[in-house]
Design a binder for this molecule. Structure first.
Ligand SMILES: CC(=O)N[C@H]1[C@@H](OP(=O)(O)OP(=O)(O)OC[C@H]2O[C@@H](n3ccc(=O)[nH]c3=O)[C@H](O)[C@@H]2O)O[C@H](CO)[C@@H](O)[C@@H]1O
Ligand SMILES: C=C(OP(=O)(O)O)C(=O)O
Length: 446
């Protein structure tokens, strides 16, 4: 079984370079389906399992996708297939983001219903409401969603009941080739939405207001392939910022954009963590004891739900009691039970976790129940007494490139044990070996 093994107590030092953002690159690769001519070249596409999955999804639609050296090259000129299989949608919800582009390009899309996942039910009603407003007919049956339109989609005003990131992206992509103007009201405002809009505008789309609550999309007849560099991953950056804070170390997080990390930076400062913003990154250091703070997750620019579990790991090491309220996903406290195996004092009351800081964490056998929960357990392991063994590492591989190797290079006592099959899977993708995690029972670097 794959596992990550951490022994707590080491200080970290040095710098770590942040990869392109998972949550930006996935919609951007999906949007490359919109290009009826030219090659789309997407740079800073990190070698994550999710990137491999979306590439596979595009290939299954008959599109040419080449991937190597952090660059995805897509040629979607001959896109003909409109059906995406359950196998791929099941692996990753972001696969559902091909629906908008397929509908816009082919007037038809058939996609397996994305299943529920650990952090909540994650409905897709807002995506469907948007497609229907644009003139698509939607049919649900046998676990699939089929969307069709006769002729072109028609611009419309769409008010989202929740500021959904995925629905904003899916509707933006569908509307880019519609006839007329679309407004998305109560749109999500995450930096990844802005990156997608910048990419699509370079392709020839006419999108204004991305990053605000109202996005206007003037439909165009066609889009073409362009070169684009994906923004740095604010969640990966935030995770390493917390690695510095939790171990009381000084780390330079290269490529982190402080403006994308405002809520985290401000909470860290409230806790007594020094965050220096520099031109090409941030430096994080700690001078004294950490203070408890309350945190409530919200859509951007609120505190990101994708940082909630890592922040909870940090608050377990602060003096006093903190309240952590999760408002975005209804089931995103699965890490609490795992933290409890590590001697954490946490009580969940509805959507709020009451976190009592200051109790020493103890190493234990724990399980990553989702991607960020996995990252949070690694962080807790960095300061726990003794050894923490984390299974469920496939979740972590969805979103972190070389997290074990990076932390080891920064001074952590951490290693990974993994079965050999994954090496073969990685080799098939032709990702340069130095960009993949090292898989061996006895890592050469640890
Ligand atoms: C690949 C990607 O970018 N994933 C991110 C994206 O997920 P994702 O795009 O799936 O998240 P959404 O913003 O859509 O979800 C936010 C909330 O809206 C609800 N909802 C969503 C759609 C819908 O049609 N109806 C509905 O009720 C969801 O159940 C959830 O409670 O944004 C989340 C919120 O920042 C992040 O945690 C994920 O990391
Ligand atoms: C929840 C996450 O991703 P996804 O939407 O891909 O499940 C995440 O990145 O923390």
């Amino acid at each position: 079984m794959s596992k990550i093994i951490v022994r707590g107590g080491r200080k970290l030092s040095g710098r770590v370079k942040i990869n392109g953002a998972k949550n930006a690159v996935l919609p951007i690769i999906a949007a490359s389906l919109l290009a009826s001519s030219g090659e789309s070249v997407i740079q800073e596409a990190p070698p994550l399992d999710d990137v491999l999955t979306i590439n596979e999804m595009l290939r299954s639609l008959g599109v040419s996708v080449k991937y190597g050296a952090d660059t995805v090259r897509v040629n979607a000129g001959r896109l003909e297939r409109f059906e995406a299989s359950y196998e791929l949608v099941r692996k990753m919800r972001a696969s559902f983001l091909v629906l908008g582009p397929l509908l816009a390009r082919l007037g038809r899309a058939r996609i397996a219903l994305p299943g529920g996942c650990a952090i909540g039910t994650r409905p897709i009603d807002q995506h469907l409401k948007g497609f229907e407003a644009l003139g698509a007919e939607i049919e649900l049956g046998q676990g699939y969603i089929e969307a069709r339109v006769n002729g072109r989609l028609q611009g419309a005003k769409i008010y989202l009941d929740v500021a959904s990131v995925g629905a904003t992206q899916n509707i933006m992509m569908a509307a880019s080739l519609a006839e007329g103007t679309t407004y998305i009201e109560n749109a999500a405002m995450e930096p990844e939405i802005v990156d997608l809009a910048n990419y699509m505008n370079a392709m020839g789309a006419r999108i204004r207001g991305a990053g605000t609550g109202i996005i206007r999309i003037d439909g165009v007849k066609e889009l073409r392939g362009v070169v684009h560099t994906v923004i740095p991953d604010r969640i990966e950056a935030g995770t390493y910022m917390i690695a510095a804070a939790i171990t009381g170390s000084t780390l330079y997080i290269e490529g982190a954009i402080a403006d994308h990390l405002r809520p985290l930076v401000s909470k860290l400062r409230e806790m007594g963590v020094a965050v220096e913003e520099e031109e090409n990154g941030v430096q994080v250091s700690v001078a004294g004891p950490l203070r408890a703070v309350d945190v409530k997750t919200l859509p951007h620019p609120g505190f990101p739900t994708d940082m909630q579990s890592q922040m909870m790991a940090l608050l377990l090491n602060a003096e006093g009691t903190s309240l952590v309220t999760e408002t975005v996903f209804e089931n995103r406290f699965m890490h609490v039970e795992e933290f409890k195996y590590m001697n954490a004092q946490i009580k969940v009351e509805g959507r709020t976790a009451v976190v009592s800081g200051g109790t020493r964490l103890k190493g234990a056998k724990v399980r990553a129940t989702d991607l960020r929960a996995g990252a949070a357990l690694i962080l807790a392991g960095l300061v726990a007494d003794g050894e923490t063994e984390i299974t469920g590492t496939h979740h972590i591989d969805r979103g972190y490139v070389n997290i074990v190797r990076n932390l080891y290079a920064l001074g952590a006592d951490i290693r990974r044990e993994e079965r050999v099959e994954r090496v073969e899977a990685a080799a098939e993708e032709a990702v340069p070996s130095e960009q993949r995690p090292v898989f061996s029972a006895q890592p050469t670097w640890a």
